[in-house]
Ligand binder design. Structure first.
Ligand code: AMP
Length: 438
């Protein structure tokens, strides 16, 4: 299959060839022909599948083919949950529209609105935006949605997670009812289905991976570990394995800062990216990471959402996410574009339930090991039956792929002198983990 056979015109084929793409990815093969036909599409696709080109190319082609006016009313709008994703999608739009007369712009919060307003006044065919700032600018009459023909919701699940449902509905209420709608989401909760049924008309459903399935070619490893020694272990992991590009997830902004400081102290170049960082600092950290001038990017879930870091070999979950779908999103950062990837999770006793929740949605057990010397403090080392597993570092004992979380029952005796069990009362978290915002 070629880009030409999908119905794309020469100007776009030239642009994708320059990017080095030879064949359309599965999501592109499935979605592009429907989008070109003007159909609504509901696509299950995570970052790394080529979804951005999957919607950008046909929408740009539509805009070129139907452009009749000298002035440029806004006709296509891409909404994304985060600034970083907006910036990335915009970068793609610019690259793919290199050889056509289409004007694009990006709008997000955290920067002064004056230049955004000026850009909008000059006329834009396609706009990429985050919902909050766009709504502000619409309130200020800096932009009109009256001529929108195509609405694209990228990473719709994350938009809902971030509480954008009201903003979305408000934005949509200003648009013509007759328009093409494209919705992309990595996961399909009931809320997403509800949102989709309110927005899409008879959508063609396009799937590239089974629901909530993780990207192929990613090996998952869980190391059961003492909570207090995660940093030490992370440093060892990076140094012993000469890892020179790794994205590490923490659950909190504070945790991201602290880990970054400790990595830098251990002479591992690192930067943190999270919601309390300025837009400039986030962009710089991401750029340095992409250019390999820093080895480690430490991120919270929301900040990392949709980051385009091609061919990332490793992702470390310093802490497991308490929302299991976030695990799917996190590991979507590795094993991309057909490359092998490794997702390593450091799981302390308090997090075993999160692991169970993740295993439930993945419908698979995660390979779970204990590294000698780093055992979780309220968990006895595995019984003798445990086999030694091969590994590139440390003396690793298999805690059982069987796995699961429930297998390592706390036995009480702390392994390390002076360390108190994390849950000294012996009580364990019960019930499903609660969703928290960061
Ligand atoms: P996305 O899922 O849109 O974030 O894209 C993930 C990565 O795949 C980006 O770095 C794209 O530039 C790249 N990409 C998109 N389409 C293709 C393709 N057909 N062949 C190779 N790489 C692609």
């Amino acid at each position: 299959m070629t880009f030409k056979s999908l119905g794309l015109s020469d100007a776009f084929i030239k642009a994708v060839e320059e990017k080095g793409y030879t064949t359309p990815s599965p999501i592109q093969q499935k979605a592009i022909p429907h989008i070109l036909q003007g159909k609504d599409v509901l696509a299950s696709a995570q970052t790394g599948t080529g979804k951005t080109a999957g919607f950008t190319l046909p929408v740009l082609q539509y805009l070129v083919e139907t452009k009749h006016e000298k002035y440029r009313p806004l006709r296509a709008l891409v909404l994304t949950p985060t600034r970083e994703l907006a910036a990335q999608v915009y970068e793609n739009v610019r690259e793919y529209s290199k050889y056509v007369d289409i004007k694009s712009a990006v709008i997000f919060g955290g920067v002064k609105p004056a230049s955004q307003i000026a850009t909008l006044r000059r006329g834009v065919d396609i706009l990429v935006a985050t919902p909050g700032r766009l709504l502000d600018l619409h309130d200020q009459k800096a932009v009109s949605f009256k001529r929108i023909d195509v609405l694209i919701l990228d990473e719709a699940d994350r938009m809902l997670d971030m509480g954008f449902a009201r903003d979305l509905n408000k934005l949509i209420s200003f648009m013509p009812t007759k328009r093409q709608n494209l919705m992309f989401s990595a996961t399909f909760s009931d809320d997403i289905k509800k949102l989709a049924s309110g927005i899409l008309n008879n959508p063609v459903e396009v799937e590239t991976a089974p629901q909530n399935a993780t990207a192929q070619k990613v090996s998952h490893k869980v190391y059961k570990i003492d909570k207090k020694r995660k940093t030490e272990f992370t440093i060892k992991l990076i140094k012993d394995n000469n890892i020179d590009q790794v994205l590490i997830f923490t659950r909190t902004k504070h945790g991201a800062n602290k880990l970054t400081q400790n990595l830098v102290k251990a002479k591992i170049s690192a930067a943190a990216i999270h919601g309390n960082k300025s837009q400039g600092a986030r962009t710089k950290a991401l750029q340095n990471f992409k250019e390999n001038s820093i080895k480690v990017l430490v991120a919270t879930d929301i900040a990392a959402r949709g980051l385009d870091i091609p061919l990332l070999p490793h992702v470390i979950n310093y802490e497991l996410p308490n929302v299991p779908e976030d695990y799917v999103h996190r590991i979507g950062r590795t094993g991309r574009a057909g490359a092998e990837g490794e997702a390593i999770s450091l799981v302390c006793s308090e997090e075993t339930e999160y692991q169970s929740e993740i295993e439930k949605i993945l419908k698979e057990r995660l390979e779970t090991s204990i590294i000698e010397g780093f055992e979780p403090i309220d968990t006895a080392p595995p019984k003798r039956a445990a086999t030694q597993s091969k590994g590139s570092f440390g003396k690793k004992k298999k805690g059982g792929n069987s796995g699961s979380s429930n297998e390592n029952k706390p036995k009480g005796k702390p392994h390390f002198k002076g360390n108190k069990p994390a849950n000294a009362s012996g009580s364990r978290r019960t019930g499903a983990p609660k969703k928290k915002r960061y």
